[in-house]
Design a protein around this ligand. Structure first.
Ligand code: SF4
Ligand code: SF4
Length: 491
């Protein structure tokens, strides 16, 4: 181990750790642009200069400089502060003063660092360099050359993470700019990650551009419902409308990345027409009356099966299982959805909680179906037509009724994956926190509340369950398979 001092604090790190990483490990922030934890250092932006062993004439690039035994590092000395002001003044020489109309405003490290470490004024009174603006790099990514600070995070993402080079740096000096390669628009299915890692507003999302200022939005740190990888995300919404998913760093799951399909899948959760209120044979009833009717149909539970979605949370599935055990249903099945995965993050299982369903005792629908009289469908799931041909009644809990819900004898409201609170277990057995990015309102309570109430005979309304832990214990669920993990915000 290597021992050094950073801002008078003793730090111990593995050999090879850079000064910037060592400082971050003890909560000391060194401003930086070109360094990114998942694409490494380039040493080009010079924002991370630090004073090493009292050398004020030649400051060290902390993202490239490995720690040495006995080093004395200063990150806020007068020489460092002067250098930071100089670097920011230089970066701003050609940067347009368009924060007021820039989509990055509010989450822009250039804006933030200029405010915290910058000079406050500029000595530059020549004309700013003109560069291409509003260049479509693809259907999803827009480039503004004047805002670019040439940190090369975007080009290095493709080279180092995706092993391709759809964009590169052309020209030299003040004329340098990022440009498309000879093959035309970017086609990489993970291309939108360059928008997140661009530290300024040079790369923006064509989907999100100009939709909303980020300081007006509400954010929830959750998990992508798109596949069983369970990439950590931040869901952003404005006045009840979901506007974007962006990745949240979790080195155990997705590093700082997510696929574009998962990112853009948020759109399907802005529902125009959703199930509100319980129905029996199409007539609006109270949840209690719906539960009464369901119990009457289920009887002793024989020849009735439950088919639950693997987008349901562990807590919801535990509550459904508790209900099934209470009324004597023994056939608990899960229904996944599939799509075509790839060799990076995206997996073939297009649902986030198949492992959770299996851990809670749900199995795949058997090839040879037993004779059934009733089917209870819980959540978003494709129901095999052979199953429907078998049964006398269908009960369903869903956010969107569809044809099946419209024909169901009992229909109760359900939440979409972005409205749920609970946990999912990903393909690797990691149990992760899921938090609601949208609140559908009091007439769409959490899905588990209905099943706990129906099992417990609390038929006049839903019990006052407010936390996922309540749902686990009320449903008598088994202990969590693994401690829930959570991502972090990368910069
Ligand atoms: S476009 Fe953004 S990420 Fe790419 S070099 Fe310019 S500032 Fe860096
Ligand atoms: S890889 Fe899967 S979990 Fe990750 S963003 Fe894509 S769809 Fe979502």
């Amino acid at each position: 181990m290597i021992k050094l001092t950073i801002d008078d604090r003793e730090v111990e790190v593995e050999p090879g750790t850079t000064i910037l990483e060592a400082a971050a490990s003890v909560g000391i922030e060194i401003p930086h642009y070109c360094y990114h934890p998942d694409i490494g250092s380039d040493g080009n932006c010079r924002m991370c200069l630090t004073e090493v062993n009292g050398n004020t004439r030649k400051l060290g690039i902390s993202c490239m400089l490995p720690c040495g035994d006995g080093m004395d590092v200063k990150t806020t000395s007068p020489a460092v502060k002067k250098a930071q002001k100089g670097v920011l003044e230089f970066l701003l020489i050609n940067h347009p003063l368009d924060c007021t109309i820039c989509d990055q405003a509010g989450e822009c490290p250039l804006q933030d660092y200029t405010y915290r470490f910058g000079p406050g004024d500029s000595r530059f009174d020549e004309d700013k360099a003109k560069k291409p603006k509003k260049v479509a790099f693809s259907d999803n990514v827009m480039y503004d050359g004047e805002r670019c600070i040439l940190c090369t995070r975007c080009t290095r993402f493709f080279e180092e993470v995706r092993d391709n080079r759809p964009i590169g740096v052309e020209n030299m000096g003040g004329k340098s700019q990022i440009t498309l390669g000879p093959n035309g628009p970017i086609e990489d299915p993970y291309q939108m990650n360059i928008i997140d890692i661009c530290p300024v507003g040079a790369l923006t999302s064509r989907d999100f551009r100009f939709k909303q200022r980020v300081w007006f939005m509400d954010f929830a740190e959750s998990v992508c419902p798109g596949c069983s990888r369970g990439c950590n995300i931040t869901a952003g919404a404005y006045q009840g409308e979901l506007l974007r998913f962006v990745p949240r760093r979790n080195p155990q799951v997705n590093q700082s990345w997510m696929c574009d399909d998962g990112r853009l899948s948020y759109k399907q959760y802005n529902l125009d027409d959703r199930v509100r209120g319980a129905r029996v044979a199409g007539e609006v009833v109270t949840p209690g009356d719906a539960a009464d009717k369901l119990l009457e149909l289920v009887g002793d539970g024989s020849s009735v099966a439950v088919l639950a979605s693997t987008r349901d949370t562990c807590e919801e599935l535990a509550a459904v299982r508790h209900f099934a055990e209470t009324v004597g249903i023994t056939q608990l099945w899960h229904g996944s959805r599939t799509w075509e995965g790839d060799d990076f993050l995206k997996l073939d299982d297009a649902t986030p909680n198949t492992a959770g369903a299996v851990a809670l005792g749900f199995s795949a629908v058997p090839d040879e179906l037993p004779s059934l009289r009733g089917l209870i469908v819980v959540g978003e799931v494709d129901v095999p037509s052979a199953l429907l041909a078998e049964v006398d009644f269908v009960a369903m809990q869903a956010a969107v009724a569809g044809d099946l819900g419209a024909a169901a004898t009992v229909l109760v409201p359900g939440r979409t994956p972005v409205e749920k609170r609970g946990t999912w277990i990903n393909h690797a057995g990691l149990r992760q926190q899921v938090r609601p990015g949208l609140d559908p309102g009091p007439d769409v309570p959490h899905d588990w509340a209905f099943w706990v109430a129906a099992a417990g005979g609390t038929l006049g309304g839903f019990p006052e369950l407010t936390a996922q832990a309540d749902a686990w214990s009320a449903a008598g669920a088994p202990a969590p398979v693994a401690a829930a993990t959570d991502g972090e915000t990368a910069s």
